[in-house]
Design a binder for this molecule. Structure first.
Ligand SMILES: Nc1ncnc2c1ncn2[C@@H]1O[C@H](COP(=O)(O)OP(=O)(O)OP(=O)(O)O)[C@@H](O)[C@H]1O
Length: 322
């Protein structure tokens, strides 16, 4: 028997699409997930990325049994997700960034009590786990507050706690950091890293945020039109998609002379030349080397390094294949 946490074979999901011509209504089918072969082993952390409409959510819905495949097979934690949804719920925790699994009008704590009862956790176990998650996710200030009064960052932390209450062996997160501020994102990512290390939890997450992938995922899958177009390490992704980083440089005085620095490209200037943008190829140089060269030409006041945009990485992967 396979020990895979997720295993799909030729997994396919089609949808009927109604189109309206001038006189007739046409019916076509579109393939949202196309012969997907996927195997995830225990303890892996996998980022699942792709353009809008690439098929990520449809895959997740089949993995948790919300949608039935048109053809092919899927096993999640050794179970048939659609037929064995109840048993699967005990082994999987799911967080949909755009949808809540908490009771809107109840205090957070009461949602946890209901979920603990649904999962039939022994009382002592439930209260120990609730206390652990409340501390780690810093929920203490608002466990008595109704969910509808929480900020987005607070609610997302409560959602993650709710999904992990029963110590699932697989956690699936669909856009967990969408709309969160930098600090809330950082806290959530740190928690997920710790949780994974201490419990050996398997993570699968979809995101449009490259920071999530960089901090949380060892393996990355890129999907295009329902098929996998990249499956490998984060480093390999950078090699395939290019590894340009962008430095935003603020100078004491306006400057324009930033051309000719090795492995960099001048992208433009703002604020009358006091702010310059420079991209550099992190495979061949480092931020420190570029800054040293810049510092010889003009006096720097401040700088930031922009994370690569995930849409950009995905676009480059798609282009490299065409
Ligand atoms: N219930 C449905 N009926 C018809 N078409 C659907 C349905 N659900 C999804 N689709 C279509 O299937 C394709 C894949 O959608 P899916 O939501 O899986 O993409 P996604 O990669 O999750 O996108 P996003 O990043 O925008 O969430 C899209 O073209 C979408 O319009």
């Amino acid at each position: 028997m396979s020990d895979a946490v997720i295993e799909t074979d030729c997994l396919t999901r089609k949808f009927a699409v109604r189109g309206k011509g001038r006189k007739v209504v046409t019916r076509t089918t579109m393939c949202a997930v196309d012969n997907l072969q996927l195997r995830v082993s225990p303890g892996e952390s996998v980022g699942y990325i792709g353009a809008n409409g690439a098929g990520k959510s449809t895959t997740i819905k089949m993995l948790v049994g919300i949608l039935v495949p048109t053809s092919g097979t899927v096993r999640t934690c050794g179970l048939d997700p659609h037929r064995q949804r109840r048993q699967l719920a005990a082994r999987v925790g799911v967080v949909f960034g755009q949808r809540s699994q908490l009771w809107w009008d109840l205090p957070v704590r009461e949602s946890f009590e209901i979920l603990a009862a649904i999962h039939r956790l022994p009382a002592a176990d439930a209260s120990a786990r609730t206390a652990e998650l409340t501390e780690q996710l810093e929920l203490g200030d608002f466990v008595a507050t109704p969910v509808r009064q929480l900020s987005l960052g607070q609610r997302m932390r409560a959602e993650v706690a709710a999904a992990l209450l029963h110590r699932p062996r697989l956690v699936i997160l669909d856009e967990p950091t969408i709309g969160l501020d930098v600090l809330s994102k950082q806290r959530l990512r740190e928690f997920l890293v710790t949780e994974r290390l201490s419990h050996g939890t398997t993570l699968l997450l979809t995101t449009h945020d490259m920071g999530d992938i960089e901090r949380l995922c060892e393996r990355v899958l890129v999907v295009d039109h329902g098929s996998t177009v990249y499956d490998g390490s984060l480093n390999g992704l950078a090699q395939t998609a290019g590894s340009d980083r962008i430095l935003v440089l603020d100078f004491v005085e306006a400057t324009t002379d930033l051309t000719g620095i090795p492995h960099t490209k001048h992208l433009g200037s703002e604020v009358g030349g006091a702010r310059q943008r420079l991209s550099f190829d992190s495979e061949n140089t480092t931020a420190a080397m570029v800054l040293a060269a810049v510092g010889e030409r003009a006096e720097l006041r401040d700088l930031t390094i922009e994370e690569p945009d995930i849409e950009d990485v995905v676009r480059r992967i798609y282009q490299a294949r065409r």
